[in-house]
Design a protein around this ligand. Sequence first.
Ligand SMILES: [Fe+2]
Ligand SMILES: [Fe+2]
Length: 443
Amino acid sequence: MLAKVEKAFKELLTCLQTAKMYGTMHPMFQKSLDKAYAAFEDVLAQRQEMVIGIVGDELAFEKEILFDLGKLLRSAILYLKERNIERLAFYSGLSKEELGKFVGLLAGPKEDFKTDPQVLLVHIGVQNISIGKLKVDGRKENDILAGNQLELYNSSMDRVSQVLSSVLNSEKIDPLGLKFSLNNIIDSLGTQRQELLKLATVKRYDAEIYVHMLNVSIFAMYFASRLGFEKNDILDIGVAALFHDIGKLYISRKTLHKPDKLSEQEFNRIKSHTVLGAEFMFEYVDSLGILPVVVSFEHHLKYDSSGYPRMPLLRKQHIVSSIVAICDVYDALSQRRGYKQDYSPDVVYNIMNKDRGSAFDPELLDKFFRFMGFWPVGSVVALNDGSIALVKDENESDIRRPKVEIVFPKDKRRLVDLIQDNSLSIERYLNPWKEGREYLQLA
Ligand SMILES: [Fe+2]
Ligand SMILES: [Fe+2]
C-alpha cells in the first residue's frame, strides 16, 4: 500500500510539473493526468480515502512519516506549503476531471491561495479532494498527525463554540469551515474511533451545553457511519446533531438548571427550545440545508410522537431526528455518570431500554448499543477475580463482554478478550471521577 501511495503522489507531482510547463490544455498534460489518475484509482480501489500530510519537511501518510523522496520532493513540499496546504485528502469516488481541476488549480499562481484553499476547490466543483492546514492555532503539528484526539476534540470545540455564538448573534457563519472540522472528526472515527469516543464519554468541560452539542454530534456521526450512511450524509447528520439544542442557548440558565420542580410555565419555556431552535436554523437553510431545522424541531417528539412539540396532525420523526434523539439522551445520561455516582453504564442502558419502542425506535436503539457497547470504551471496570481493567473495544456479538486490558494488579497486566475467556466477567463499573480515577492513569 505504501508503495502505491508513494507512486500516486509522485505521479501527481509529475502531472503538476507538466501543467506548469505546457498548461492544462496540452495533450502532454492529458497523458500524465491519465497516469496519475490510474495510480490514484489503484489506491482508492482498496480504501475509502488517502490522506497525506506535511510535517516539518517530511511527507506523511496517515500516522507515519514515510518517505524521504529526495530533492525533487523537497521543492514540491515547499510548493504546497507556500500555498497553505499541509494536508491533502483524496476520497474514493474521485473522478479524473476532479483530479485535473485540482492540478490546474495547484499550477496557478500562489496568490490564488490567499483564501481558504478548500473554498477554491469547492468553487471549481471538486468534491472528492480536501486540502488545508494541519496546524491548529500553533499547536504542535506532530501531535495532530499522530492522531492526538484531544487536540482534535479541543479544536473542534473551539470551532463549535464560535459557530454557535455566531448563530445566536445572527451573524454569518462559515459552513465550509464547520464541515471541514467535522470532516476531521469523521476521518478519525475511521482509524481512531476508540480514542475519540472515549473523549466524548469521559472528557468534560465547563461549558456544559457546548460539550453536549459536540458530543451528540460525534456520537451521531459515529452511529450514522456504522449504520452505513454515505460520507456526505454523515456530515449533514453531524451538522444537524450539532445544532439540535441551539434553542436552549436562548433560555435562561436559571430555568435550565433549576434544581426544584419546574412550574408549568417554566417547563413550557424549556420545551420551546425546539421551536426556537428550528427558527434559528431556518435562517441558515441555504448554507446548512433543512436537516438542522428538522432535527431541532423534532428531537423531543419521540418515536411514537408522544413528545413535544405537540402537533395537530400525527407526525413521524425523521430518521435523523431518531438518531439524534438516541445520542442526545445517551449523552445527557452519561454526563450524569461523569459527576455523580448514580448513572453507571448499566443504569444508562436500562433507563434507555425502558423507553424502547416509545421514545426510541427499537431497532435503532439495539443497534446503537451494539455499536457503542454496553460498557463504553474507556470505562474502568472491576472484574470478578478482583482485578481492575479498562475497556478497550466492543464485541458486537456480546455487548456485555468487551475486550479489556487488565491494569491492576500490575503483575497481571494483559489484554483479555472476554468473549474468549469465559472465566472472567465484568462485575461492576468504577466512576472515572472517583474510585476509578487512579486506574485511568495506568492505561
Ligand atoms: Fe433538546
Ligand atoms: Fe440535547
